[in-house]
Ligand binder design. Structure first.
Ligand SMILES: Nc1ncnc2c1ncn2[C@@H]1O[C@H](COP(=O)(O)OP(=O)(O)O)[C@@H](O)[C@H]1O
Ligand SMILES: [Mg+2]
Length: 404
């Protein structure tokens, strides 16, 4: 590094994540400052990699924006922050507001909004010629009526800023909408309504530097996340066959979305639906973060590198060196996650040699398989999904945090 002093990276994490990001920053010789929530002060933070540790008061991991601006500006009296990084989705706007306030390069308020607000990303993507489901802001009731007379049902009403299919409602007639809106009251305008596109759901996870996608990998969810969130079984995802037509179309669609929305650098998780009726890919949503639900391990199984660590390198090299994507594998990998009835589910009988990773978490089962053969991965995921359903599956209330 050419600087006199080490780079100081300020990490915001109102939720427990990003350990590998902080470890990599430390390995690269940076000073790491973490701001997290009081309520998760004792989470599994990589203390050995953190130089300074600050706590924000929170209500269920949510911070008061002004508190953060005051707090970080106070810290900045005696140190210089070179980068500000949001490790959790809910920190993206806070990080952008801080960058704007301290005049630190990176994603500012306007761009951050495209990666958090489902309405803003729809409008911007559509303006950029990207195919999106028909949509309307839940604001003007005449426009809602016009939408419902023009666009055939079913439709979904969804919150603009939530994740994990929280609060999404699927409806099939105007009569169902008005009671929902009555209940939402003043929260109506924080929603978007759109056409429900039946079909498989895909995700593309990518690395971006200097507004260019330098690495991307496409995967397909087993059941659509909404189906799983509403009690529809085991969550799975499998990497797509490299070079297949759908994979190529998805990677191109992801590049279009990143360019259209102005992603600056870092990592992204973007979702698409392939319309069952027309075979077209529709942009569903994007986020400037590492995908949840152990997608980072899925990508690591497939490639051999960790998205958090690569993101750290991208942040660090920005403006000084060129970032190089590491040489990597192109394995086929499959991920399976489920809630379990048992506190410590016993997966000893799941013992195929293709198992690359196991989740160790109370009341959960999770594993990743990898192979050169995509059919073998599909077969194992099918087989394990069926067995997990029999052996362990529990259905829980909807999660409050991003699941994927
Ligand atoms: N327009 C749509 N058509 C079909 N399914 C949808 C649509 N919007 C959302 N869904 C379903 O709901 C899930 C969650 O929606 P999404 O917009 O990805 O929000 P989030 O993942 O942040 O909760 C999707 O993965 C998909 O299964
Ligand atoms: Mg989603």
């Amino acid at each position: 590094m050419s600087q006199q002093r080490p780079l100081t990276i300020l990490c915001l994490a109102s939720y427990e994540k990003g350990q590998e990001f902080m470890r990599e920053c430390k390995r690269q010789g940076c000073r790491v400052v973490l701001v997290t929530s009081e309520s998760i002060a004792n989470a599994n933070w990589p203390r050995e990699s953190i130089d300074d540790f600050f706590l924000m008061p929170d209500v269920q991991n949510k911070w008061n924006r002004n508190d953060v601006i005051y707090g970080v500006s106070f810290l900045a009296r005696h140190q210089v922050f070179d980068r500000i990084v949001a490790l959790d989705d809910f920190d993206v706007e806070t990080a952008a507001a801080l960058r704007e306030h301290l005049r630190i390069p990176g994603m500012g308020d306007t761009t951050a909004r495209y990666f958090r607000d489902k309405l803003a990303m729809r409008v911007k993507a559509k303006d950029g010629g990207i195919r999106v489901p028909e949509f309307v802001h839940v604001l003007n009731h005449e426009k809602l009526k016009e939408f419902m007379s023009r666009v055939p049902p079913p439709w979904v009403v969804k919150p603009r800023f939530e994740a994990s299919a929280v609060g999404i409602k699927k409806i099939s007639s105007p009569d169902e909408l008005w009671p929902i809106l009555d209940k939402l009251g003043d929260r109506q305008s924080f929603h978007v309504m759109e056409q429900f596109i039946a079909g498989d759901v895909f995700h593309v996870d990518s690395l971006i530097t200097d507004k260019e996608v330098v690495f991307s990998i496409a995967s397909k969810y087993g059941h659509p996340p909404m189906t799983v969130a509403h009690g529809g079984g085991v969550f799975t995802s499998q990497t797509m066959v490299r070079g297949s037509e759908d994979e190529q179309r998805l990677l191109q669609a992801n590049r279009d979305v990143m360019r259209g929305l102005g992603m600056v650098r870092g990592v992204s998780h973007t979702e698409f639906i392939k319309g069952r009726d027309d075979g077209e890919f529709y942009f569903l949503e994007t986020a400037s973060r590492v995908g949840g639900a152990n997608i980072v391990e899925l990508v690591e199984a497939a490639t051999g590198f960790n998205l958090w660590a690569e993101w750290a390198k991208i942040e660090i090299t920005q403006g000084t060196d060129d970032y190089q994507v590491p040489d990597h594998h192109e394995y086929n990998a499959g991920l399976l996650i489920s809630l379990a009835k048992q506190e410590h589910p016993d997966l000893k009988a799941y013992n195929d040699p293709e198992i690359w990773w196991r989740l160790s978490k109370q009341y959960h089962v999770g594993l990743i398989v990898r192979s050169d053969d995509p059919n073998r991965v599909s077969h194992l995921l099918d087989e394990y999904s069926r067995r997990v359903q029999q052996d362990f599956l529990a259905v829980a209330p909807l999660p409050e945090r991003p699941v994927c």
